[in-house]
Design a protein around this ligand. Structure first.
Ligand SMILES: Cc1cc2nc3c(=O)[nH]c(=O)nc-3n(C[C@H](O)[C@H](O)[C@H](O)COP(=O)(O)OP(=O)(O)OC[C@H]3O[C@@H](n4cnc5c(N)ncnc54)[C@H](O)[C@@H]3O)c2cc1C
Length: 384
């Protein structure tokens, strides 16, 4: 049985797929999102919710800033709230080497127009008195924000559906083939679906599609451990991150502290499992207590992680396929895809409809993996 026909089919109903569908539908294109489970139930729904601008890969700033403007406009665009809050983001350094690293991040951010405040130890304690005594320096970026990942992606998918996009949940794409100058997708129930353009934003599962067209990337599936504590009276304000990566935390207005620890743990996309070894809970709580001693005795009430695709240079693949005209990839977001998700969706829609996007995406081409990948120092340190 053949089912037609969308201008565009999108494999993967995560944040990237939902935003791409939204922008395509808004421009009057017929679009079908195919999601093997529920929309926003994988990485996009279980992440930390940080919309951090400080400390990003320099070549990502144009995309990242475009994306932040969309987050800031979320309610007007999507018609629903996603608990977006411009909390700001505080980066902490504990010695001179870390302070130099902070300064490097700050200068890059400033070169892209972000306002970064340098905060010395006395000012730190005055503004955030719950911090421990040890931090020697910090930078604060007021435009950084947070949102609730559990509600963001379903809201974007509902907005896309209101504009005419078809969202097919619990439907796995089992094969993708060339059909004329478009594509034929085979779904798990044997149905075929044809489309003109195809977007591969299948998260940690995206290689299945890329490899059908002779392309590959050295994807490593993993996730950072996440924890939530019992609630406390609201006091923290910004997202707080130790620049050595040992802990990042924020307090939601309901009072709970959400924290993420490191290193990340390998995940299993086939079994759909993202384990959190118990030792990581203890390590994260120790790191939290060093940064904010008033939280030393709080109780973790739930732990979880997610399945995210990482690449050795710690930057994603975004852009057209090198081997199949009409196929676009967007995967391997290396733990940073929530912030850039709206911008990626917008750029993909522009590439599909206009043939180009104003945002420079060259560093993210899948072409870079034609040769053996260089493994970045950041990648080496961030997994165990
Ligand atoms: C624990 C954790 C914390 C994180 N914290 C942050 C953070 O604070 N800030 C930040 O910016 N980023 C963060 N990230 C990263 C961010 O969550 C991801 O980069 C982003 O959600 C990726 O979105 P996606 O749409 O590409 O992937 P996904 O959300 O994984 O969506 C891909 C979808 O494709 C579907 N799919 C796969 N194969 C098929 C198929 N064959 N047929 C149909 N459907 C298919 C999957 O079911 C899935 O729903 C974090 C990630 C994790 C795991």
């Amino acid at each position: 049985m053949s089912d037609r026909a969308s201008d565009v089919a999108i494999v993967g109903g995560g944040l990237i797929g939902a935003w791409t569908a939204f922008f395509l539908a808004r421009r009057g294109h017929s679009v079908t999102v195919i999601e093997k489970g529920l929309v926003g139930a994988q990485s996009s729904g279980v992440n930390f919710g940080n919309l951090r601008l400080q400390g990003r890969f320099p070549g990502q700033y144009p995309l990242s800033l475009r994306s932040q403007a969309l987050w800031e406009d979320f309610e007007a665009l999507i018609g629903e709230d996603c608990e977006f809050e411009q909390t700001g983001h505080l980066y902490l350094a504990y010695d001179e080497a870390e302070q130099a690293k902070l300064e490097g991040y700050a200068s890059v951010s400033e070169s892209y127009g972000l306002a970064i405040e340098r905060v010395g130890p006395a000012e730190l304690r005055r503004r955030w008195p719950w911090l421990g005594e040890r931090a020697v320096a910090a930078t604060f970026s007021a435009r950084d924000a947070t949102a609730n990942p559990r509600i963001a992606t379903p809201a974007v998918a509902r907005a896309a559906a209101r504009l005419g996009a078809v969202i097919r949940e619990n439907t796995r794409v089992t094969a993708v083939d060339r059909a004329g100058d478009g594509f034929a997708l085979t779904l798990a129930d044997g149905t075929q679906l044809s489309c003109g353009a195809l977007v591969n934003c299948a998260g940690a599962w995206a290689l299945d599609i890329a490899e059908r067209f002779g392309e590959t990337a050295p994807v490593f599936p993993a996730g950072p451990p996440q924890f939530v504590t019992e609630p406390f009276p609201y006091a923290i304000g910004p997202s707080v991150q130790a620049i050595d990566g040992s802990v990042i935390f924020r307090q939601i207005p309901r009072g709970n502290i959400i924290l993420a620890g490191y290193p990340r743990t390998a995940a299993d996309p086939e079994a759909n499992r993202a384990p959190v070894p118990p030792a990581k809970t203890l390590a994260a709580m120790r790191a939290l207590a060093r940064v904010a001693p008033i939280l030393a005795h709080c109780h973790v009430i739930r732990v979880w992680s997610g399945i995210e695709a990482y690449l050795p240079d710690m930057i994603p693949v975004i852009g057209p396929s090198e081997t199949a005209a009409g196929l676009f990839h967007a995967f391997g977001f290396c733990g940073h895809g929530f912030q850039i998700g709206p911008g990626v969706g917008l750029c993909l829609s522009e590439m599909i409809v206009d043939g180009a996007t104003q945002t420079p995406l060259e560093p993210f081409s899948i072409r870079r993996f034609r040769q053996a990948a260089t493994v970045s120092e950041k990648f080496r340190k961030e997994f165990d």
